[in-house]
Ligand binder design. Structure first.
Ligand SMILES: NC(=O)c1ccc[n+]([C@@H]2O[C@H](COP(=O)([O-])OP(=O)(O)OC[C@H]3O[C@@H](n4cnc5c(N)ncnc54)[C@H](O)[C@@H]3O)[C@@H](O)[C@H]2O)c1
Length: 290
């Protein structure tokens, strides 16, 4: 199946990154969120990233030419002209189900429904639609324009044809792919989240400083980022939502979110996106905030 137009639903850090990747790969992109203001902020963020890429000589065409392929969509009715939807709304099962249920009544029968969820069951999301064979996980990593992997998740009823279309779509966007079965956290999140949660527990138990915990993983384990830096990049709210899904889905206490993470969410310290998490991003250089 040929995909020409992609409807990206959710213009936060992942949605805007995915819209950028898709537009740079030549696809027509429609980008939506709950308000015009958020869509505009998402497009502004894309423009900044594209300008940086241009300065580094990494953009084949003008910033304007790429941006022209990303049109704002004020509601889900834009899905009527989409060959594929890539959903990147908040990590909440009911919100994702409601979104796809509405889209099911709007999009043509051939439209593929891909979710960028980090942990929610694709089979559950698909159950909100009348086209479960066309519902699939397309899990990008943060920041989407930089990270090379897309994890494809095959739900219980996802067809092989849908998996193949998404594999080709990811490849057209310059990504490598892996295939995972539909089990809480799939492959990458299941492996990565306990590392973050352990780092946060180490801080919570007073075992070391924010900087030393990150340094341990960077220099000792050769990870590009420490667990607390990574938590700030992902978003503390998203981390808590994902850990809760892993905890419930596996019934294993090792996934129980550290209470410090919940406190940070209540305090509104969500990481880079709010300017403060484990680090403070208000100055030129980030400083430990805890
Ligand atoms: N942050 C990461 O590192 C990362 C990595 C891979 C996957 N993901 C997944 O991507 C998804 C989005 O995460 P994010 O980091 O971009 O979060 P974010 O908070 O930056 O963005 C979420 C966006 O969803 C919007 N939204 C909420 N309800 C909506 C609705 N009903 N319709 C349309 N838009 C709605 C919000 O306004 C917000 O702009 C989540 O499923 C998350 O698990 C995140």
């Amino acid at each position: 199946m040929e995909v020409k137009t992609i409807f990206v639903v959710g213009a936060g850090q992942m949605g805007s990154g995915i819209a950028q990747v898709a537009a740079q790969a030549g696809f027509q992109v429609l980008l939506s969120d709950v308000s015009e203001k958020i869509i505009a902020a998402g497009r502004e963020n894309i423009a900044k990233q594209l300008e940086r890429a241009q300065e580094k000589g990494k953009l084949q065409e003008t910033v304007g030419a790429v941006l022209e392929r990303i049109r704002p969509a004020l509601d889900l009715s834009a899905g009527a002209s989409a060959d594929a939807v890539i959903e990147a709304v908040v990590e909440k099962e009911q919100i994702k189900k409601d979104t796809f249920k509405k889209l099911d009544g709007i999009c043509p029968p051939h439209t593929i429904f891909a979710s960028n969820t980090s942990s929610i069951s694709i089979t559950k999301i698909a159950s909100a639609t009348q086209r479960p064979e066309k519902v699939v996980g397309m899990h990008f990593f943060n920041p989407a324009p930089v990270m090379r992997l897309v994890e494809i998740v095959k739900g219980y009823l996802t067809s092989q044809e849908t998996v193949e279309t998404i594999r080709q779509l990811a490849q057209a966007m310059g990504k490598e792919t892996i295939l995972a079965k539909d089990y809480p956290g799939f492959l990458s999140t299941r492996i990565g989240m306990p590392v973050i949660n352990e780092g946060v527990y180490a801080l919570y138990q007073g075992l070391g400083s924010v900087e030393d915990i990150d340094k341990a993983n960077r220099l000792g384990l050769n990870h590009p980022m420490g667990p607390l830096e990574l938590a700030d990049l992902v978003g503390i709210d998203t981390i808590v939502n994902v850990l809760e899904i892993l905890y419930e889905g596996h019934g294993d206490p090792k996934y129980f979110p550290c209470p410090l993470l919940r406190q940070m969410v209540v305090a509104g310290h969500l990481g880079r996106k709010t300017g403060r998490g484990f680090y403070d991003y208000s100055g030129k250089e980030k400083k430990p905030a805890l």
